[in-house]
Design a binder for this molecule. Sequence first.
Ligand code: AMP
Length: 380
Amino acid sequence: MIPPGSTVGLMGGGQLGRMFAIAARRMGYFVHTLEPTPLCPAGQVSDVEINADYDDPAGLARLVSGVRVVTFEFENIPHAALSTLAEQTLVRPGPHVLLTCQNRQREKQFLRQHGFPTAPFAVVRSAGELGAALKRIGLPAVLKTADFGYDGKGQIKLAPGTDPDPDALWKRFASPVGVVEGWIDFAAELSVVCARSASGEIAAFPVSENIHAHHILDVSIVPARLGPEVQAAARDIARAIAEALDVIGLLAVEMFLGRDGSLLVNELAPRPHNSGHYTFDACVTSQFEQQLRAVCDLPLGETRLLSPVVMVNLLGDLWAAGEPDWRVVLDEPSAKLHLYGKSVAKPGRKMGHVCVLDPDPAQALEKALMIKARLAKPRG
Ligand code: AMP
C-alpha cells in the first residue's frame, strides 16, 4: 500500500482533479499535478503544479520523479504519454483502460465482446457503411464520432420518418470513423461510479438518476427514483465492467433504462464523474477519496448514502450578467456550494455545482430546482 504521507501524481488539472487533490491532501498525501494551463482548478490546490503539454517529455519526467503512483482525471490524455509514464512508475488505471474508454468504437466493441447490453450500434468508415448501418438499425438514430478528440464536431441526430442521404451525411460528418447508434426512448438515465482497488476489492456507489440538458449533465438525484431491482442490476453491471476492464481506480458507467425495464450501457469513464459529485457531501466516502484509496491500494471506504441529495451543475451561462448572486445558495442551509476556481466563464463550461441534502428526497429536489431557477433569473 502507498500510505498517507506519500506523493501521488495527477494527469489533468480540471475540477475532477481539484476535488481529488482536496480529498488526497485531507488524508495527508501530497499531490503533483501536470496540466498545460497555469493556475488550473487542480493546480490551485495541489502541492506542485507542473505546466507542460501532456506529452512533453520534460514535464512527464518531472512528474514521475516525485511520485509513487500516477492517476488521471480525464480521457483526452494521449495514450502514449500514459504508456511512457507506465514504464517508469505505477499508472492507475492502466493505459489499456484509457485506450478503450477514450474511443467510442473501442469502448462499444469492448462492451459487446463482453456481453454487456448497449443500444444497437455499428461502426462506420464510409458513406456505404453508413447507409447499410442506418438500414439495419433504423431511425431514430444518432451518428457519433469515434474519437472524443473531435470535440465540437458533435453528433448528428437522425429523426424518424426522414430519409437521410448517406453520401451527404457522411460528407457533413467529416470524421474518418463514426458510430451509428439507435436512439433509445429511455424511461430514465442513470449512472454508477464504482471503484476497484489494486488488490481487486470492488465497491459501487449508490445509483444516481441523471437529467441532461443539451447533452450536459444538469441534475443528479440520489436515491434514484427507480425500483430496487433495477438499481441492484445497474450496480452489478458497473462492478462487472470494472472487473472485465481490469480497472484500478474508478469507473463511471452511464446507462439508459429502457421503457421495457432493460438497462443499456451508454458510456464509460475511468475517472471521477460529474454524476458522482454528490458523494462528496452525502456519502461516508467520496468518489475522490475512493479513487485515492483504490490507486494507493488502501482498503476501500464505505459508499453508504448519509442523506438524500440532489446535485445541480452551475454552467458558465449563469455568469452572463456577471458573478451570480451566491446568497441564493448560501441562504439555504442544507445547500453546499462548490466552485472550481475557473476565472473565465463560458456558456456550457462547468464552473461549479450545488448539492442540497434533505431527509425528504422530494424536498431536496424542490430546493435544488428552486436554487437553480433563482440563479438563472436575471438580477433586477
Ligand atoms: P453522449 O455524448 O453519448 O454521452 O450522450 C450525451 C447524452 O445524449 C446522453 O446522456 C443522452 O441524454 C443523449 N443520448 C446519447 N446517445 C443516445 C441514444 N443512443 N439514445 C438516446 N439518447 C442518447
